[in-house]
Design a binder for this molecule. Sequence first.
Ligand code: DAH
Length: 334
Amino acid sequence: MRNDIAAAVDAALAEVAAASSAASLAGLSGSVVGKKSPLGQLKSKLGSIGDIDERKALGQALNDAMRAVEAAIATKRAECESAELEAQMASEGVDLTERIAPSRRGRTHLVTQATQRLEDVFVGLGFQVAEGPEVESDFYNFEALNMPKSHPARSMWDTLFVESAEPGSVVLRTHTSPVQIRVMQEWPPPIYAVMPGRVFRRDTPDATHMPVFHQIEGLVIDRNITFRDLAGTIEAFTKAFFGADFTSRLRPSYFPFTEPSAEFDIRRANGSWIELGGCGMVHPNVLRAGGLDPEEWSGFAFGFGIDRMAKERHSIDDIREMYTNDLRFLRQFS
Ligand code: DAH
């Protein structure tokens, strides 16, 4: 009988090994370990064995044999199932790797990044953002800013003129200050606004100058605004934008549209100063040009270059690098 058991087990294991699907293995378990299987039939013959010890030993051997066959079925079934699942996934699955592969996304230009950060900081301080046209009339660019025709201060800006019916009356704005006038004319006070944008000057490009560059203008109009509000705002901005270890200072200066006027510098963490822009209390003539009564309203204004800030922030030696559109250069700044 022991030989019969061994032979039945070998036959059963051979069948299991030959099975090729989880479904056929499910059917197989009845035919190799069921009652009518060779092992099952051997089991039913146990009763005819007279020797009790021999019967027990054979019964044990049969049970072990059946368990071994069942274990083999379970193992093979698991193998078949995972192979079948893999085959199914391969045939039905969607290959996402193509989509996940890094795509070449563009990014904002250094100057755009700086402008957006500046806007964020000023919005955080309670300012609104406004814009004005790049092609401006002489009135907004000069006259309304307290520079009547042939005012000597006009020579502070090397102006590019646009051909027009009345020569000299249309310019590419030389600064963002004309937007101050437009905002005063359009928005009822109080006004807390910043005005970023592109400006143009007749200048030969070099490491620190470009004929086209960017400024951000600030304008505050309210009742009882003083020079202290201006100094406090510049300082709050400096700390918010550059960090707590930066400070600002104001130096007396001259601009026709502010009185008094100042230039402001910031002190870097290493102790050196860098000049950032101009500011001052809005001149009464400018308030009047904007349609406001200087007896009722007062305010301050400031304006500074954005390109220079981006250049400083990223330690760029030559400002022209920012505009040659060499992707190897631009990709360094994300
Ligand atoms: N517009 C000036 C420039 O381009 C900068 C400036 C100075 C703006 C003083 C201001 C100001 O608003 O108050 O050089």
